[in-house]
Design a binder for this molecule. Structure first.
Ligand SMILES: [Zn+2]
Ligand SMILES: [Zn+2]
Length: 284
């Protein structure tokens, strides 16, 4: 049997706010969290509410064995950070977390410290049992064990980072909370910048919160229409696109319809899917 080299699993795919309920049961209601395992290295992309069920599954898988999480944060908007206080492992000694993220006026450490201040949460950051570290990403191209990572700044209010993650012969790109401008000629810099992160990738996870129709009234909100995302993925020869950061108003039915329409725009080499909670992709 061929050995699994990397594994990617969606734990939270929703944008903005969690949405429980029957209308969202297929794609899921938890906010941004994607697990990427490269050999023994555990990378978690964002700490939305999906990180809670991820932690619960790790308790089952690893038992008492200490776990080291490398959490890459796209940005500090609430839907990308709100699950962290509910990751079980931070209350168990022996576990450790390294956060990676950008620096605006505040450091990521200060923002997480605020999240875990007594006004918002009963336990404070420095009372946690796990060892928590913060790495501010100033220099591009860094590695976590044998995983190579580069990043770019996205088009989103505040600071948002998109990541390109290379492991062995696999290339993954995580680009959420990003606005792809419609007109490639007008938005040359925008397209080339995102192109540097997604080009030739096996898997691109990209914000596709709106339809073109909805996007008309959402210019400047920092999210993309699925049509524009397919166009840029066509141009940069992406193999598999996973539409991500689903709008909290979009029901399962709406998302299915969006994907059906988006597939009509994709070229032959590009496969388009909607990111769905619980889906696991294996790479050999
Ligand atoms: Zn978001
Ligand atoms: Zn955001």
């Amino acid at each position: 049997m061929k050995k699994i080299s990397a594994k990617l699993k969606f734990w939270g795919v929703r944008g903005s706010i969690p949405v429980p309920g029957n209308d969202f049961a297929c794609y899921g209601g938890n906010t941004s969290c994607v697990e990427l395992r490269c050999g023994e290295t555990i990378i978690v992309l964002d700490a939305g509410t999906g990180i809670r069920p991820l932690g619960l599954s790790y308790l089952k898988e690893f038992g008492d064995k200490p776990v080291h999480f490398n959490i890459l944060i796209s940005h500090s908007h609430w839907d990308h950070l709100q699950g962290f206080p509910f990751l079980s492992h931070i209350y168990i000694p022996g576990n450790s977390v390294t956060f990676y993220g950008g620096h605006t006026v505040n450091t990521l450490e200060k923002l997480v410290m605020t999240q875990l201040s007594e006004e918002f949460h009963p336990k404070q950051l420095y009372e946690l049992s796990a060892d928590i570290k913060f790495v501010e990403l100033k220099k591009n191209n860094f590695s976590i064990n044998d995983v190579q990572i580069s990043f770019t700044h996205l088009l989103h209010p505040g600071l948002s980072l998109g990541y390109r993650i290379c492991y062995k012969n696999h290339v993954f790109a995580y680009v959420t909370d990003n606005e792809i401008l419609a007109d490639e000629k007008m938005a040359h810099h925008n397209w080339e910048n995102i192109g540097s992160i997604i080009k030739g990738a096996d898997v691109v996870i990209h914000d596709a919160q709106y339809t073109d129709e909805e996007y008309k009234s959402k210019l400047g909100w920092g999210h993309s229409s699925i049509e524009n995302v397919v166009k840029i993925c066509n141009k940069f020869r992406v193999k598999n696109l996973y539409a991500f950061h689903h709008d909290p108003l979009h029901t399962d039915k709406d998302i299915k319809k969006m994907i059906k329409n988006a597939r009509k725009l994709a070229n032959k080499e590009l496969k388009v899917y909607a990111a769905r909670e619980g889906v696991e992709l294996l790479f050999y």
